[in-house]
Write a protein that binds this ligand. Structure first.
Ligand code: SP5
Ligand code: ZN
Length: 324
């Protein structure tokens, strides 16, 4: 039998139901649907690849390792002020603590975002307890959220919270982000920190979040040289992608962390409605294999991926590659 991957999952993520987003001034259906995670879960179950565990409970104080009290209180109070079916769209121009129009707040948003964060914290705990690979099926995602604001369907930065958990236990960690979109939140949080952060993503000249993800964003102060952006062109195929991944992994090898956190998004798939790369389902096996061959215990944190079927197929191939 094939080795299994530990999967942190809570069915309660289905209670996170953003209905709309505003795209070019119009209300459209929100892309962060529960099916995108549910299809992955079903696929791992059918192929007997997942050993599923529920998230543990953690003191709320863990949130403050990454997010400012001002933001945490704002999100909590805003959510609590809403009625059952309300969907509040933050004012993005300086009034509210959000930078886009795709990230509505509902009455249970604080609770649901915290549940997602607890999945990542549980993953961090498990990886410290000697697991080789842990996969956190986080939803809502996290990598666009910074200390002070939400955006890009993200409220709390799950990967950053996991990283601080690992740091607090006295170990080194690096973050590699493979979601199609630039990890602006994660970059921000660690910009002046010596922790290594690397992202491979659609070039901001043509891809969301448009204002960050350029190569020259290299970190500052203690973090100078410790943020690496690898922006790629529209239609990027697997050969080019693997070259970038190899480059990223050689930087990580030089840094030599004890653990590696991988922010994982399947919106790099050619059939994703939000992405712009041309990766095919089978390509994910070679991506997974390259990661599985590294020397570090790997903590995978789910980020984006908006075609549920493509997500499921890509995830299956990916973890086959990792476990090989
Ligand atoms: C976690 C994550 O993947 N967040 C991504 C949020 C991206 N939202 C972009 C919305 C505007 C772009 N619309 C492009 C539609 C292309 N068909
Ligand atoms: Zn994304």
């Amino acid at each position: 039998m094939m080795k299994m991957i530990k999967v942190v999952y809570s069915h309660d993520h289905v209670k996170h139901i953003p209905k709309h987003e505003i795209d070019k001034g119009k209300f459209i259906e929100n892309y962060d649907k529960s099916e995108r995670i549910e299809r992955i879960r079903e696929k791992l179950i059918v192929h007997e690849m997942g050993d599923f565990v529920e998230p543990h409970d953690f003191p709320i104080s863990y949130l403050y390792t990454v997010h400012s009290p001002v933001y945490i209180e704002w999100l909590k109070n805003k959510a609590m002020s809403l009625k059952k079916n309300d969907e509040y769209f933050p004012e993005v121009f300086g009034y509210d603590r959000c930078f886009d129009t795709g990230t509505p707040i509902m009455r249970n948003t604080f609770e649901q975002a915290w549940l997602s964060a607890k999945m990542a914290l549980t993953g961090a705990k498990l990886i410290l307890e000697d697991e080789d690979f842990v996969y956190c099926l986080c939803r809502p995602p996290g990598h666009h959220a910074n200390s002070l604001s939400c955006g890009g369907y993200c409220y709390f930065n799950n990967a950053a919270l996991a990283a601080f958990y690992i740091l607090k236990e006295g170990f080194d960690v690096a973050i590699l982000d493979l979601d199609f979109h630039h990890f602006n939140g994660t970059q921000d949080i660690f910009y002046a920190s010596n922790l290594l952060t690397i992202s491979i993503h659609g070039h901001p000249n043509w891809a969301y979040p448009w204002i960050s993800g350029f190569e020259w964003e290299n970190g500052e102060d203690e973090g100078l040289g410790r943020n690496i952006n690898i922006p790629l062109e529209k239609g990027t195929k697997i050969d080019e992608y693997l070259k970038s991944l190899e480059l990223a992994l050689s930087e990580i090898e030089n840094y030599d962390p004890d653990f590696l956190i991988v922010s994982l998004g399947f919106d790099t798939h050619e059939d994703d409605p939000q992405g712009g790369f041309s990766l095919k389902t089978d390509d994910y096996e070679s991506i997974g294999k390259m990661l599985g061959e590294t020397d570090y215990p790997l903590l995978f944190i789910q980020e984006g991926g908006y075609n549920p079927e493509a997500n499921a197929n890509a995830a299956l191939k990916f973890f086959k590659g990792v476990l090989r």
